[in-house]
Design a protein around this ligand. Sequence first.
Ligand code: SF4
Length: 348
Amino acid sequence: MKLILPNPRGFCAGVSMAIDVVDQVLDLCPGQPVYVYHDIVHNTHVVGRFKDRGVRFVEDVSLVPDGAIVVFSAHGIPPQVRQGALGRGLKVIDATCPLVTKVHNEAIRYARLGYQILLVGHKNHQEVIGTSGEAPEATQVVETPDDIPHLRIDDPTKLVYLTQTTLSTDDAAVIIDALKRAFPDIKAPPSEDICYATTNRQQAVRTLAPMCDLTLVVGSTNSSNSKRLTEISATAGTPGKLIDDASHIDHAWFASPDDTVLITAGASAPEDLVSEVCRTLLERYGGEIQSCDVFEEDVYFAPPAGLKQMMREQGIDPKSRAIRVTKPDVIEAEYGSVALTISAPGHM
Ligand code: SF4
């Protein structure tokens, strides 16, 4: 079996930062209860591993005891949640991805300027709940073009669209085109809201899936960007399967031991799970790994202010505790890999 592994895959800068925040808090506060509002990232293994280390996950900050530490997840929160936590004197550390915060700031700014905001995204996704919460009166969520006739528009010349950061770029383009047709004066966000990590992982699948018989996406069912990768593969003509880990592989998916399989991972899926999937397939079918560098990524986010403050209170220089990032080359190093050269269009 030929396994094609694209770079980039797996953890993005926002996920690395958010996971590192919880890791660091556990190191800094041994024995103290640590709470996280919502899943820190949408991956069952990441959340399960933190639960095993004593972290408690809540969907309501009122469940966090007075004075305890609470970390906000990478997806962002509506301002009421922050106010509720600060009002009760909780020790708040905000691990919201800066690229999500950027969309929050756009929502706040356009609402202040008197614009109605059409937020392209999935209504029940935590990120959309957080962004909408910044300007609830001004914001309406658009999930599909079918929602457009039902929008309540006061002034079609005072409209802006924003998007969830983890949408399929294909789906978003269809909805944005429909919005532009319905409201020719609608403003676009000042810069692209769909983030670099989503765009690059999708473009890698779009480029490589046509060379493969099947795409396996390592990620959880509640991970928006992971689900989108299976859809992008299907649109490129190659079936895509979402698996949480190697135990979810169904060997009936493979037509032959000589199949070529693209193995990627959503932005919240740890690399050791990708390695486990590769090992499982190579041990059963034999074969080789081909490693394909589609885009280079060099994005890192600084730790949030609340974590730096906690370090300073303990006499630790935050600069001495750099964010710990999982390198995406573990399995290639173990089995050796052949470099696959491709030319990929469009890099963000
Ligand atoms: S997928 Fe994009 S927006 Fe979401 S945490 Fe990663 S970098 Fe941030």
